[in-house]
Design a protein around this ligand. Structure first.
Ligand SMILES: [Zn+2]
Length: 337
């Protein structure tokens, strides 16, 4: 349904004032506009972010922020792994306690998700996790000043430069944990850089520190202006999803499918001959690709990549710091007194 919805909106905008053609350029949409029909967007360029050599992000800090244990793994872990490879120090912030998703009693469910969350951080090379532990499915009734203030404290404490999270303007998002977290993150990003907000934090020794870059992902239509090449980190993305067994589309699902087919005297060659291989292959080829729409509610990472000449890719609404033209204007127009 999401694909149809995106196609409808895209085609409705094609050729209109806001369905602008892609600009040319080696790093910008080499397919010449192949995604117009797929994503709702209003910008005239889609930037392709490719793997960088060396550690261009050394000294920078990112926060991967998720309401639930599986959100980053499902939608953005290829990009998180890529940015960590390129020098970022990373943290994982989980805003709920995941008590509503998973087997066992409520207490067991919370514990299982907590264990999985630590495993995701380890797989992705993130330095530490912070669990805000708000009640699962209840974020729309939590005190937002408290929630936002805690995020601001973390951004100032960790000196976060870059966040990855749900898109606060993503359409048709049904989960309050997703859209409330997204809106709190968006507000906290700029408010953390102000000098009067939450003054008790400043009195305690923290200094203002605004977030400069944002990678927003969504389950429904969104403005996509950046596609990240995750071909070199796709197997880390698979591993992150294998690590989540309490809930989500990954975990041991491949092994379960392999065993259920075997009980009927059948096998899928792509799942291999052991459970470990089955879990990895199921996520890579079914959850992230062939059955992506049913498994995750978004198009296949492989298909998104192929539209841009890439093997695997993740789409984002990216917001970076605006470039000032003031220095250029002064250089071109200054006169002597
Ligand atoms: Zn979620």
């Amino acid at each position: 349904m999401d694909i149809k919805r995106r196609e409808f909106i895209g085609s409705a905008l094609a050729g209109s004032a806001i369905g602008l053609p892609f600009a040319s350029g080696a790093e910008k949409d080499p397919t010449g506009g192949g995604t117009k029909e797929q994503f709702y967007r209003t910008e005239d360029e889609v930037v392709i972010e490719r793997p960088a050599s060396g550690k261009p992000h050394a000294g920078k800090v990112l926060a991967a922020i998720q309401p639930h244990v599986d959100d980053i793994a499902i939608f953005a872990s290829g990009t998180v792994a890529k940015l960590i490879n390129e020098g970022y120090t990373g943290y994982l912030i989980r805003t709920t306690n995941d008590e509503m998703a998973g087997a066992g009693t409520t207490g067991e469910t919370v514990l299982h998700n907590e264990i999985d969350n630590e495993a995701v951080a380890k797989v992705l090379g993130l330095k530490k996790t912070f669990n805000l532990e708000y009640r699962n499915h209840c974020l729309d009734s939590e005190p937002i000043q408290d929630f936002r203030g805690r995020l601001i404290l973390l951004f100032r404490l960790l000196k976060v430069d870059t966040v990855l999270c749900y898109d606060p303007w993503g359409l048709y998002e049904e989960n309050p944990d997703h859209y409330v977290t997204a809106k709190m993150v968006e507000a906290a990003c700029w408010m953390a850089g102000m000098e009067k907000d939450y003054p008790e934090q400043l009195a305690a020794g923290l200094t203002p520190h605004g977030v400069r870059e944002k990678y927003y992902f969504a389950r429904g239509p969104q403005l996509v202006n950046r596609v990240v090449d995750i071909s070199s980190t796709i197997d880390r993305k698979v591993a992150a999803n294998v690590a989540i067994v309490a809930q989500g589309p990954g975990g041991n699902a491949g092994a379960r499918l392999r065993q259920s087919l075997a009980a009927k005297g059948q096998r899928l060659p792509i799942l291999g001959d052991d459970d470990e291989t089955a879990n990895r292959q199921y996520i890579k080829h079914l959850v992230l690709d062939y059955d992506s729409q049913a498994s995750r509610g978004v198009p296949s990472d492989r298909e998104v990549g192929h539209k841009y000449g890439l093997e695997w890719a993740e789409p984002f609404h990216y917001i970076g710091p605006p470039e000032s033209k003031l220095d250029q204007y002064i250089a071109e127009h200054k006169t002597s007194l």
